[in-house]
Design a binder for this molecule. Structure first.
Ligand SMILES: [Zn+2]
Length: 291
C-alpha cells in the first residue's frame, strides 16, 4: 500500500506541497505542486492538470492562510499534468491584470521557440542549465535533466539540500522516459548533487535519495547486462521481442511494454557504439558478424 498523500502538507519551513488532485494510472495519486519560500511572495513549482477546481481551491486556501502571493511559477517540463493548471491559476488566482513569470526550459527543436502554456496567452521565460531563481528564503537552481522529456529540469533548493525532481525520479513506481541514454546521464547528475531529500513530481517525499537513485541506476545496468549477454549468446540477430522472451519472466500480455523498455536499451547501446542494427529491428553486438 503506498503512502497516502494529503491534499495540503507543510514539508519544511520553506516548502508546502499542494496535491494536484488529478489521480490516474499515469499520475499516481496526482501531480505534486510545491509552494516554495518564506516571504510574502513565493514560487510555485508545477501547476497540476487543467480544469481541476479542487486543486485551485486548495492552492487559494494555502495562499490565504499563509497570507502570501505567487511571484513566479517554475515548470519542470511540458507534460499536461505539470503545465495544465497555469491558465486556471492565471484566471482564478492571479486575476486578469496580474501576470507572473513562467520559468521553463526550452524544448529541443527550433520551432518550440514560441511554445506557450496551454489555453493561455502568456509566454514562457526560458531558463538555462544552472540558472538560479530566487525568492525570499529559497534559492532554486535549475538542473537540466533530459530523458523523461527533452525539456526536463530538476530544481536544487540550495538552503535545504533538497531537490525537486519533477518526473526524473518518482516517489513510487518507476519513471518512464523518452530517451534512456539521456535519462541515465540525468540520474547521474542528480546523484552527484547528493541531495538529502527529494520532492518528486509524483508520490511521497524520498528521504534517502542517494540510496534510491543508486538502486535505480543499478537496476537499469543489470537489465542492460542481461540484454548484452542475450545478444552475445545468440547465434543470429535478435529482435526486442526475442530478447524479452529470453530475459523476462513475465506473462505474455506484458511482452509489448517490456519490448518498449528493451528497445530503449538497444537505442542507448547503439548510441554508445555497443550494439548495431541495420533496420532498428534485428540487433547484434557491435563488432560481431551475423552467422
Ligand atoms: Zn511527465
Amino acid at each position: 500500500m503506498s503512502t497516502i498523500i494529503p491534499r495540503i502538507e507543510r514539508l519544511s519551513s520553506r516548502v508546502i506541497r499542494i496535491l494536484g488532485c488529478n489521480p490516474s494510472p499515469m499520475t499516481l495519486q496526482g501531480t505534486n505542486t510545491y509552494l516554495v519560500g518564506t516571504g510574502k511572495k513565493r514560487i510555485l513549482v508545477d501547476t497540476g492538470d487543467s480544469e481541476i477546481p479542487e486543486y485551485i481551491a486548495n492552492l487559494k486556501s494555502v495562499l490565504k492562510e499563509n497570507d502570501v502571493q505567487i511571484e513566479g511559477i517554475i515548470l519542470t517540463h511540458y507534460h499536461h499534468d505539470h503545465v495544465g493548471g497555469i491558465a486556471n491559476i492565471e484566471s482564478n488566482i492571479l486575476g486578469p491584470s496580474y501576470r507572473v513569470p513562467l520559468y521553463k526550459y526550452k524544448r529541443s527543436a527550433k520551432d518550440w521557440d514560441t511554445e506557450r502554456p496551454p489555453n493561455s496567452n502568456s509566454k514562457y521565460t526560458f531558463v538555462n542549465d544552472n540558472q538560479t531563481i530566487s525568492t525570499e528564503g529559497a534559492t532554486l537552481k535549475a538542473v537540466y535533466t533530459p530523458g523523461h522529456t527533452d525539456d526536463h529540469i530538476a530544481l536544487h533548493l540550495l538552503e535545504d539540500s533538497a531537490l525537486f525532481s519533477g518526473d526524473c525520479v518518482l516517489g513510487e513506481g518507476t519513471a518512464v522516459f523518452e530517451d534512456l541514454y539521456e535519462y541515465m546521464n540525468s540520474l547521474k547528475i542528480l546523484l552527484s548533487l547528493k541531495p538529502d531529500k527529494i520532492y518528486p513530481g509524483h508520490g511521497p517525499v524520498i528521504d534517502n535519495p542517494v540510496h534510491g537513485i543508486t538502486y535505480y541506476i543499478n537496476h537499469r545496468n543489470e537489465r542492460e547486462s542481461q540484454i548484452i549477454d542475450a545478444l552475445g549468446n545468440s547465434g543470429r540477430p535478435m529482435t526486442a521481442l526475442d530478447i524479452v522472451k529470453k530475459i523476462y519472466q513475465i506473462p505474455e500480455h506484458l511482452y509489448p511494454p517490456a519490448a518498449v523498455n528493451v528497445n530503449n536499451h538497444l537505442s542507448k547501446l547503439k548510441r554508445e557504439g555497443r550494439a548495431t542494427s541495420s533496420d532498428d529491428e534485428h540487433w547484434q553486438l557491435a563488432g560481431k558478424s551475423a552467422l
